[in-house]
Design a protein around this ligand. Sequence first.
Ligand code: ADP
Length: 339
Amino acid sequence: MDIFGAQVLVLGWLLLIGGGVLLVVSATLVYRRSKQIAEQTKRINARLQELLRESHESGKILVRKDRELTLANQTLVERTHDLEEAGKLLVRRDLELTQSNERLRDLDAIKSQFVSVAAHQLRTPLAGIKWTLYALLEERTGKLNAEQKTFAGDAYKATLRLIELVNDLLDASRLEEGRFGFKTQKQDFLPVVQSTYEKFEKSAKEKGVTFSFVAPKEPLPTLTIDKEKITIALENMVDNALKYTPPGGRVTIRLFKEKNQVICDVADTGIGMPKDQTSKIFTKFFRAENAQLSQTSGTGLGLYLAKNIIEHHGGAIFFTTKENQGSTFTFTLPIPVKT
Ligand code: ADP
């Protein structure tokens, strides 16, 4: 073999060896790469499995939630239906109540008319009896012996009470029918209280109750009032104080000015009222149990009238009371603003 042939052979071997090395290197690279890819694919696959599992779980939750929502929806529909039914029932009840209310109002008006007519019819004969008894007591028809005098005196007092009761009934029904006829006028209030005090002085003394009037320290401004009606209210309060205060007790009327109002209170050391009954005190015909026991006469109309009268004048009426210790009834009257 010549030199050229040997060189070709060596070159061939070199190429062969180089090719082999190249092949081995490439094969190694390809192997590594494919291993990496295989690992990545495995990781991706595992992640995919995980995601699949999660989405499966979420799917289950979604189905559960959907079922719950459907149920809630059904309940809502049922509740709405119930509410609609309740609404209809309420409308029906409201109508029934309005109708019974109207019926009651009609009945109340009829009752008021009846009381008004009956009281009115009673007034004239009662006035006749009163004056007859008065004439008897004055001995205009001849001298009376002591016993006759006592009987006539008792009958006279009972008649006066009866007249008061009839007047209260008449006033209450007039008030309800809007026929009370308030006639207000600007005037001094002190003489109104003063004359009420004087009217009851004698009966307080007879009963053995210390009765006093604390007049205002400074002159009072004039008030716009219906003197006759305010007198009814005040007399009811004073009459109660004396009626519900046993002998030996005290009743005090106080009159004073405070800010923009005139205040009058009637305080007594009488039977007071049980705490659980005080809320009804201004309602018509209400009489506390202890009052019924201590005083059989009384209509339970006096304070109802007084409250209406005072409030009609823009004032207020309130009280404090303690059973077996006494009560204080207070009313206020607004001082008119100067123009
Ligand atoms: P009556 O004709 O019964 O006195 P009123 O309307 O004047 O009616 O009073 C209602 C009730 O309030 C009385 O029956 C009594 O129970 C109670 N009352 C009113 N004033 C007094 C008072 N000064 N002391 C105790 N109780 C009172």
